[in-house]
Design a protein around this ligand. Structure first.
Ligand code: IZC
Ligand code: ZN
Length: 421
């Protein structure tokens, strides 16, 4: 069999192989790293991974050979928590935030998420598309080849649908693959202030079934937080979502420890996200059930809060993933590499653990563990080539983009740090 593409002369190749389940504990740090390696690709999938000169027999007339010149190669990065599609921005709240006004207080005054709800309602599909496309290009240039994206800036059917439709169109047209999440339970709309019950009724009885019927979202998520949706409300919404066939995610214990982690374990969510304030019991429950802790260190950094205790979670055998949480409020940055650097600097995770958290564990956090997240035979040839000698260097030299080039399903989509698709 002759290949479409062979990447040869790879200095260090992190395969993440052997990851049928999310990695936990020591497995997050113990990685297969091949030296003087190659990857052979046919029809967008990995055909062979090896070392030395064995690739030569796979070279045909039409094989493209890419010489990696000794660089570091990893699976394409996966950003498993973003609020990608939204209108406007919130720099008008920036000085308030710097002066210490809490995130939740800004929301309760009608700003925050509700301000982005207004901007998203007022934006056309085309405006939303162009803005989100710019963000996706940035992500791709940073090595991200798959991302999750959430609705949640409509809080009524028409705008939630508009957001998700834009995301589906981007998924079709942009090299980054998107996984879709319905987050109608992101805030109580201002028309329903003080009347949560009425909004939750519409959400559960009208919006969730319709979004499912239209095939617009695979996951359902809730912002479970004091002053937003309580544990009881989140339990009710997610239980209904499960009955409708959604897979579950939850924004849990970001600010106040109200039992979001415990609820995630009880319901069997695929991931619980944030967890800065999660209780030890909640984390133990998550470890027992194999629920992924999706930590968002960029948000803690931007809100000037202590990060979730990634080190402790790994030590408790909770599978950990890391994501950007890219959104216009608590984390206005698409930079997953910076998040990785914070994973080491603030969460005390090792560079290998961090890389696991943004590849194979992130793939499992969006239920794509059998397709992406590792460089193994039969998986998608989503490949990041870094201008770095080893994994440690990626985290140590912080604040810059280390990507040299990126392949998405065997197609060169970033070259010399710039999109070329
Ligand atoms: O727009 O503030 N935390 N939701 C929950 C967000 C952050 C997004 C936002
Ligand atoms: Zn979020």
């Amino acid at each position: 069999m002759k290949m479409d593409l062979i990447i040869k002369n790879i200095g260090k190749l992190v395969t993440m192989s052997g990851s049928f389940f999310p990695r936990v504990g020591k497995q997050m740090n113990e990685l297969e790293i091949l030296e003087n390696a190659y990857i052979a690709v046919v029809e967008g999938k990995i055909f062979q991974v090896g070392v030395g000169e064995n690739y030569k027999e796979l070279v045909g007339e039409n094989t493209v050979i890419d010489d990696a010149h000794g660089l570091l190669v990893t699976p394409g990065l996966i950003d498993s928590h973003t609020h990608l599609v939204h209108g406007g921005s919130r720099e008008n709240e920036f000085s308030k935030k710097i002066n210490g006004v809490p995130y939740i207080e800004i929301l309760q005054e009608g700003g925050g998420i509700l301000s982005t709800v207004n901007s998203t309602k007022n934006a056309t599909q085309e405006e939303l598309y162009n803005k989100a496309k710019k963000s996706l290009d940035r992500m791709l240039e940073l090595g991200v080849t798959t991302a999750e994206e959430k609705s949640g800036y409509g809080l009524e059917l028409e705008t939630e649908t508009k957001q998700l439709e834009v995301a589906h169109k981007l998924d079709r047209n942009h090299p980054i693959d998107l996984v879709h999440t319905f987050l109608g339970a992101h805030a109580i709309p201002k028309e329903y202030k003080g009347n949560n019950e009425a909004y939750i009724k519409i959400l559960v009885e009208e919006m969730m079934p319709k979004i499912k019927e239209l095939g617009l979202a695979e996951f359902c998520d809730v912002f479970c937080e004091e002053g937003v949706f309580s544990v009881e409300e989140s339990d009710y919404i997610l239980s209904k979502a499960k009955e409708l066939g959604y897979k579950l995610k939850i924004h849990a214990d970001e600010i106040v420890p109200i039992g979001g982690a415990e609820l995630a374990a009880k319901l069997g969510c695929i991931s619980a996200d944030h967890l800065m304030a999660a209780s030890e019991q909640g984390l133990k429950d998550m470890a027992d059930k194999g629920i992924i802790a999706n930590i968002l260190p960029g948000t803690s950094f931007n809100l000037n809060k202590k990060s979730a205790d990634g080190r402790k979670m790994i030590d408790l055998n909770v599978p950990v993933s890391l994501s950007s949480d890219y959104n216009p409020g608590s984390c206005p940055s698409e930079n997953l590499q910076f998040v990785m650097q914070l994973g080491c600097l603030n969460l005390k995770m090792t560079p290998n653990e961090v890389l696991t958290a943004v590849t194979i564990n992130a793939a499992h956090a969006i239920d794509r563990g059998s397709e992406i997240g590792s460089l193994e035979v039969g998986k998608k040839a989503d490949i990041a080539i870094f201008d770095a000698p080893n994994v440690e260097y990626l985290m140590y030299h912080f604040g810059i983009n280390h990507i040299d080039r990126v392949y998405k399903e065997g197609r060169l989509v970033v070259n010399n740090k710039q999109v070329v698709y």
